[in-house]
Design a protein around this ligand. Sequence first.
Ligand code: SF4
Length: 304
Amino acid sequence: MSSIIFGPVYSRRFGKSLGIDLSPSRKQCNFDCLYCELEPANTMDHYEDVISVYEVMEALKKALKEHPDVDFITLTANGEPTLYPHLSELIDAIDQIKGEIKTLILSNAGTIDDPKVQETLLKLDEVKLSLDCATQSCLKKLDRAHPGIDVEKIKAGMLAFKSKYHGPLVVEILVVKTLNDRPEEIARLNEYLLKLQPTRIDLGTIDRPPAYDVKPVSYEELLAVSKLFDASLPLYIVSRKKSEVRASSYTDQEIVETLAMRPLSPDDIEVLFDNESQKRVEKLIKEGKLQVIESNGVKFYKNA
Ligand code: SF4
């Protein structure tokens, strides 16, 4: 059994976060994604090994004594955290002790059509839901969801949740080579995300050894995929593969054209633009031709 609490881990998007693993004994998930960093496992629609709220709270209180300065308490699992049967009660208990610390869940969204799950997640300060596919055939092939999980129900569930939720809702899309990087699949995702209007979309690819033989896309391919989405969507490219990219020189016009197609984060600007081009970006901001906007803690450069 691994430990219930892990971290703190640091990220640009969520600051300093303490993680809670609601399934420390083994993988318990309603998906068996081809890219999962855990071993392949049969899917399930409820936890078989259940830890108590008391155990979680004792471990959390101890960790918070050591790390009182965290920004987030993140509910996650070796599997899917919304399958934890005491989630609502646990969030209430965390709320009693968390003070200014925010709560966040990382869910695969496979249960979001369940009104009870929606009610529970409404109590959180921030929610991150995965959506790799907008079609059932893709969900079946890539995320290998438990029988009965339907992508149309997931999409309807997310819309219903978003209509009630006032906190930031982040959607995560993990792009896998030849599986969900086809323009037709991205077009369906784009169409849906324009309706959903999440606070931010994190677009990433595989960066840890996957359970099955599937391949990541390169940073350039991820960037190409990002350009298939509507430029109004707040899309953030998350990729450790950025380090493999060589920065290039861009003219003023090329910078403006590039950012018209897709607003970019400072990370992307650093990776793609050489030093001279980065200075041009600053100049274009001063001239009012570009602007910097902030979306849920992430800055974006875009056309004015
Ligand atoms: S949802 Fe997460 S834990 Fe479950 S199979 Fe997919 S990647 Fe693994």
